[in-house]
Structures are given as structure tokens and as C-alpha cells.
Design a protein around this ligand. Structure first.
Ligand SMILES: [Zn+2]
Length: 241
């Protein structure tokens, strides 16, 4: 470990916090707009292991926001591109590739060694699978979503907060939405912050609260959210605490 690398954060999280980060394994689904800031900041902070799932290749149209991928990597698998970038940023961090689509068949294998999961996908079917596996494993899921100049995020703690299906019982229609890169930067950075707070026991998590960020208006709102009566997903997946 490079001794000076973490000098500016050690006063905030201490040696114990740094050690917790280095022992942690974080599962991130999506090496795109949200995945870029999430994986970058967790790598820079010294999280021990990232499991990164994505089955796409880098497209030129990704480059306005997905800064894990340099222009020369257009056509390369996102996982390979991301692993190169992250390893150059911090060789202390282990990047485990999961170059497969997250499905009901693969999600267990993706998540089995993770301490916490990050939803950095744009696909609600995948989000619901992450919600289910987080509930089954009793580990947190950091949800984030972006569109245009705005985004949202919340931290789901199984057995404590509402689950993703409580908040969004029906998936929105799948469509390609316009996006300013900085929007994904804001929400992805907030997701990375939640992971760091959770792993080091710092501050107050955005659990039970849905943050809604409106970049055009320059406004952030916090909605208090609660378990939806009749949510079949979290009522049938009890976590023993
Ligand atoms: Zn629920």
C-alpha cells in the first residue's frame, strides 16, 4: 500500500476505517454513466475488491459521460476497459470482472461474495433482481438513476427500509433517455459516498429517504419513504437480523 495515497482521508475515517475499506467487497452492476464515478471513487478510496458486472462494449455515444472508457477503447468490452482504467488509478484494488448479463441465473454468482451492492444500471429488470438478492442476503443496495439533468438515489437496508419494489412497483417503459454526463457524475458520486459511509460507519445513510436531485433548478429534495403495504417482494423475503 502506498503510504501517502490515503493521507487526505485518514483524518476523516481513521486507520480502522481505511482497513474496513480495504477488507470490503463491493458489487457494482453497470460500468457506464453511474458506474464510472462509483467505481472510480471507490477505487481511489482504497476499497479492497470491486466486482464489476457489464456485458456491453464501449460505444462512441457512451463517451459524453462514461469516463472509465477512453476514446481508444471504443469497441472494447466495458469490463476490460474499466479494469484497465481502474487498475492504473489504484493498483492496490482488486477488480473482479463479471462480463455477463445479470439474470435470475447469474445474479447469485455475481453477488455471493459482496458486502454491499450498487445499482448503476439503467435497466429495471436488473434492478429488481438486485433488490431480491440484496433482500435474500441481507446486504445494502445503493440505488441510483438518472435522466437528463436530474436523478435520484436511496439506500435500501433489508428489513429496515422499504425495498426497491415498495418504491417503484412497476418498471417505467424501457427507452433511451438523453443525459448530461455531469448528472451521472452527481448521482454516482453520491452512491460512492453512501458505500464509503456504510463501510466505515460514518455519518447518516440515505436510508428511508429518497433523494431527488434537479440539476436544472439547482434543487435537492428528500422524500421520506416507507414500506408499501402489500409489497409482495419484501413481505415474502424476510431477513433474519
Ligand atoms: Zn417492498
Amino acid at each position: 500500500m502506498m503510504t501517502a495515497r490515503y493521507t487526505r482521508q485518514l483524518p476523516l475515517i481513521g486507520n480502522e476505517g481505511q482497513a474496513r475499506l480495504s477488507r470490503a467487497t463491493v458489487g457494482i452492476v453497470g460500468a457506464g454513466g453511474l458506474g464510472s464515478p462509483v467505481a472510480t471513487y471507490l477505487t481511489l478510496a482504497g476499497v479492497g475488491t470491486l466486482i464489476l458486472a457489464d456485458d456491453d462494449t464501449v460505444q462512441e455515444s457512451n463517451l459524453n459521460r462514461q469516463f472509465l472508457h477512453p476514446t481508444r477503447n471504443v469497441g472494447v468490452s466495458k469490463i476490460r476497459s474499466a479494469t484497465q482504467t481502474l487498475t492504473e488509478l489504484n493498483p492496490d484494488v482488486t477488480i473482479r470482472s463479471f462480463p455477463e448479463r445479470i439474470t435470475s441465473e447469474t445474479v447469485n454468482r455475481f453477488a455471493e461474495h459482496a458486502d454491499i451492492l450498487v445499482d448503476a444500471t439503467d435497466n429495471f429488470e436488473v434492478r429488481y433482481l438486485l433488490n431480491l438478492i440484496a433482500l435474500k442476503m441481507g446486504i445494502p443496495l445503493i440505488h441510483g438513476a438518472v435522466e437528463g439533468f436530474s436523478g435520484q438515489m436511496t439506500t435500501i437496508l433489508p428489513g429496515i427500509t422499504p425495498c426497491l419494489s415498495c418504491l417503484f412497483p412497476h418498471p417505467p417503459p424501457l427507452r433511451e433517455t438523453p443525459i448530461i454526463g455531469a448528472t451521472a457524475g452527481v448521482i454516482g458520486s453520491l452512491q460512492a459516498m453512501e458505500v464509503i459511509k456504510y463501510l466505515t460507519g460514518s455519518g447518516r445513510l440515505l436510508s428511508g429517504r429518497l433523494l431527488i436531485w434537479d440539476g436544472l433548478a439547482g434543487r435537492t429534495e428528500y422524500l421520506t419513504v416507507s414500506v408499501r403495504p402489500g409489497c409482495t417482494v419484501c413481505s415474502s423475503t424476510h431477513v433474519e437480523k
